[in-house]
Design a protein around this ligand. Structure first.
Ligand code: C5P
Length: 254
């Protein structure tokens, strides 16, 4: 199974293509492909779904197909097998879909990759959306646990079901590391450099705090896509990540 630890600051960045058309997505890919590791196709681009994936691949970039599957095991497993055949690099499922759904997905994706000679994608589990805070977790989802405890239990279920990692807020990264170990991937959205606006995200972190908390990949959308100068914005983020990695290295030598 493909578990890829990122090797550079660029590779750690997953750019969210939250636009309405494949033409707009392609523009972003052309403009930013030298600065990001992966492009993420999400719900806003669903009308173009796998066509957008082909467009990203045509430009030599990697694809995170972020449709957060949440359905019965057979449906998710078969949908995932189609992504394997398409050469998708990352995709995700909701951990709340259950361990049966996740393990069926891993099994069927693995069999499909073997049968068709395709690369096995990295499969991630979505923990708790970063737009949720403690109050909404308790009052709307009726979960009587702290966010940390809830997310760490979900991560453990994903790990035990054979997933490669999770999507979670950086504030939960340390507890996930403790629960699931060094090789488990942590992908964190809601990244906000200090110079950007927070939008609708609640549990936000800066790129350097994300690195400090042990995140592998970070999903970044509006701080770059809404910037006047997108290349300058992404370069600032790369620089911040590189500095944070350097600081981490220096600390570990002390
Ligand atoms: O624009 P922004 O940087 O907030 O984009 C965040 C992206 O990450 C969106 O595409 C959103 O769907 C996705 N995401 C998230 N929270 C999660 C999982 C994915 O914000 N827990």
């Amino acid at each position: 199974m493909a578990v890829l630890k990122p090797q550079s600051a660029k590779e750690r960045i997953i750019l969210a293509l939250d636009v309405d058309t494949v033409e707009e997505a392609e523009q972003l890919v052309i403009e930013l492909k030298n600065y990001v590791g992966y492009f993420k196709i999400g719900l806003q681009l669903q009308n173009y779904g796998l066509m957008a994936a082909d467009t990203i691949k045509k430009h030599g970039s990697k694809v995170f197909y972020d449709m957060k599957f949440h359905d019965i095991p057979n449906t998710v497993a078969r949908a995932s097998a189609n992504l394997v055949k398409k050469g998708i690099d990352f995709f995700d499922v909701h951990i709340k879909g259950g361990s049966k759904m996740m393990s069926a997905t891993v099994k069927y994706a693995t069999e499909t990759a073997k049968k068709y000679g395709c690369e096995m994608p990295t499969i991630l589990g979505v923990t708790l959306l970063s737009s949720f805070g403690q109050k909404t977790l308790t009052q709307e989802l009726n979960v009587n646990m702290s966010i940390d405890e809830y997310v760490s239990r979900l991560a453990r279920t994903a790990y035990d079901s054979g997933l490669n990692g999770v999507v979670a807020s950086a504030s939960e990264a340390p507890i996930i590391r403790e629960e699931c170990g060094e090789d488990f991937l942590i992908v964190c959205p809601a990244v906000r450099p200090t110079w950007s606006v927070v939008n609708d995200q609640v549990r936000v972190v800066t790129p350097s705090d994300a690195i400090k908390s042990g995140v592998d990949y970070m999903v970044i959308g509006r701080p770059v896509t809404n910037a006047q100068n997108k290349v300058e914005a992404i370069q600032l983020i790369i620089q911040e990540i590189e500095e944070a990695i350097q600081n981490q290295k220096e600390k570990s030598f002390v």
